[in-house]
Unconditional design. Structure first.
Length: 285
């Protein structure tokens, strides 16, 4: 028979033991939930866990997620390249033409004319051609080279322009032209420098037509120059006395007059500018 005092001590010990066990069980369950991350599962050795139903918390107004409003950026307006419009007031300066450096005509006109003739690529008259007519003037020399089949006129005054190149007239087969053949009396017109100024210069050469004893040229400057006749050929050169000014142009045509043995005019004709005033093949007019 257990004594009453001992019974009370045993009861206290039993109650204390149960309390300790309960506390230990709670601690083990809490540890299990912490490891599993699920509050409704208890891990332990005391049998199946009792599921714990949790009521989802109602989010407060401050915590209620507000759907983000998508910000729409308007498409950029395409930029149109602006083409610069040139101003009508812009003036592009033009380089001032340089005046040719003046040179003196060659000391040996015959040798120079033969070389210039060769440079044109013309085979006639040949290398044995001789000067059959010659006129030495202040601007330069006009002469005719001829062999037994062809002749060609030459002028050295154009070599003053600085290029050292004279003027060559188209070689022609030997044959007396008719007095009415205006092409046989065409001239070459160039600007040549003399003492730092430029002058209008004309030259011509040819075979003498039958029955013609005099050939005269009336120029726009009001002066008349007669050709120099030497045997069957004639040569002519004319230089204006007034220097040429930029922008000026002749207002009248050159007039050619042919005279017979009695001094009477046989015929006359006018030379068309550009057509009858550029009788040279070694360069332009």
């Amino acid at each position: 028979m257990i004594e009453p005092g001992r019974k009370r001590r045993m009861t206290g010990i039993l109650v204390s033991g149960l309390a300790v066990a309960a506390v230990a069980g709670v601690a083990i369950a809490g540890t299990a939930m912490a490891r599993s991350g699920r509050p409704d599962v208890a891990v332990g050795g005391g049998g199946p866990a009792t599921p714990v139903l949790q009521t989802p918390a109602t989010p407060s107004a401050a915590e209620t997620p507000v759907p983000a409003t998508r910000k729409v950026t308007p498409a950029a307006t395409p930029r149109i390249a602006q083409t610069p419009v040139p101003s009508s007031k812009v003036v592009v300066p033009r380089p001032k033409p340089q005046k040719p450096q003046e040179q003196q005509p060659p000391a040996d006109p015959v040798a120079a004319c033969k070389q210039w003739l060769k440079d044109t690529g013309e085979g006639n008259p040949g290398s044995r051609a001789k000067a059959v007519a010659r006129l030495d003037g202040t601007p330069g020399t006009v002469l005719i080279l001829a062999d037994s089949n062809y002749w060609a006129g030459c002028d050295t005054a154009y070599a003053r322009t600085g290029g050292g190149q004279g003027s060559i007239r188209q070689p022609t087969k030997l044959a007396n032209p008719a007095p009415g053949d205006a092409e046989a009396f065409t001239v070459a017109n160039n600007l040549i420098p003399i003492n730092g100024k430029q002058y209008e210069y004309y030259w011509a050469a040819g075979q003498l037509p039958s029955g013609v004893t005099k050939i005269s040229y009336a120029f726009p400057d009001g002066r008349t120059t007669n050709a120099v006749i030497q045997g069957k050929y004639w040569v002519m050169q004319h230089q204006t006395t007034t220097p040429w000014k930029e922008g000026t142009a002749p207002t009248t045509l050159i007039k050619v007059t042919l005279y017979g043995a009695n001094g009477h005019a046989l015929r006359d004709f006018l030379l068309v500018w550009g057509e009858d005033t550029c009788a040279q093949i070694s360069h332009g007019c």
